[in-house]
Design a binder for this molecule. Structure first.
Ligand code: ADP
Ligand code: 5GP
Length: 217
């Protein structure tokens, strides 16, 4: 989405967009749409110790690792944040995220509330966080079933955890209810467009405004 005419494109800092939701509410679907349509975003590919789902590709959806490999990454300070979710470890690799920020690129993080807390502490001014809610618990259950990639016991555990995850909704900058997918996606795009225009995210404005004021008519 082009937010401004080309003449007014002004240098800005990258933003770190955190999307969280109870499992099944649709954050991966929204994240995928955003990555397809907004080429400024790069996905932070997390490390996980959970088993790979049939549709997932190692290195694209996650870096699938053993618990021992995960512990080595953690102990060598190669993780920006990590958490245990549904009995498995999940973590954000440090190096790609720090490089993206240093180069002024935008990065998308599909992480849970524990990860969001840790990133907010470390990267305060760069984080924009959105919590995705399902329209109802009944629909959440249906979506977990329809996805049909987890066993029944896993689905039951995820539903159980959903309530605890939802309790954290107040910690996020924005909340979007994913009832109709198109509508929810438009809301996410609007949040991104506005956040990119924030004054404190646009150091290039100083130069632009002094050029404006120096302009001879
Ligand atoms: P999460 O990443 O939050 O666990 P997913 O993005 O995998 O959730 O979505 C769970 C399931 O619900 C998927 O099968 C997805 O296609 C479906 N889904 C996502 N958003 C909607 C929506 N607004 N209406 C109906 N189904 C949806
Ligand atoms: P799933 O197993 O469905 O892919 O993900 C389960 C949960 O783990 C989701 O809430 C997802 O956002 C979260 N998650 C995925 N990657 C990370 C990560 O790197 N860090 C943290 N803290 N949570 C993650």
């Amino acid at each position: 989405m082009a937010a401004e005419p080309e003449t007014a494109q002004i240098r800005r800092r990258g933003l770190m967009l955190v999307l969280s939701s109870p499992s099944g509410a649709g954050k991966s679907t929204i994240a995928r749409n955003l990555l397809e349509r907004d080429k400024a975003f790069e996905l932070s590919v997390s490390v996980t110790t959970r088993p790979r789902r049939g549709s997932e590709i190692d290195g694209a959806h996650y870096h699938f690792r053993t618990t021992r490999e995960f512990e080595m990454l953690r102990d060598n300070d190669q993780l920006l944040e990590w958490a245990e979710v549904h009995g498995n470890f999940y973590a954000t690799p440090r190096e790609p995220a720090e490089r993206a920020m240093a180069e002024g690129r935008d990065m998308l993080f599909d992480i849970d509330w524990q990860g969001a807390v840790q990133l907010r502490e470390k990267m305060q001014g760069d984080i924009v966080s959105i919590f995705i809610l399902p329209p109802s618990m009944r629909e959440l259950k249906e979506r977990l079933r329809r996805r049909a990639e987890d066993q029944d016991s896993v689905i039951a555990a995820r539903l159980e955890n959903a309530r605890a995850e939802i309790e954290h909704w107040r910690e996020y900058d924005y909340v979007v209810v994913n009832d109709d997918l198109d509508r929810a996606f438009v809301s996410v795009q609007a949040i991104v467009a506005a956040e990119r225009l924030r004054r404190d995210r646009r150091p290039g404005l100083f130069e632009f405004v002094s050029g404006l004021l120096d302009e001879k008519l």
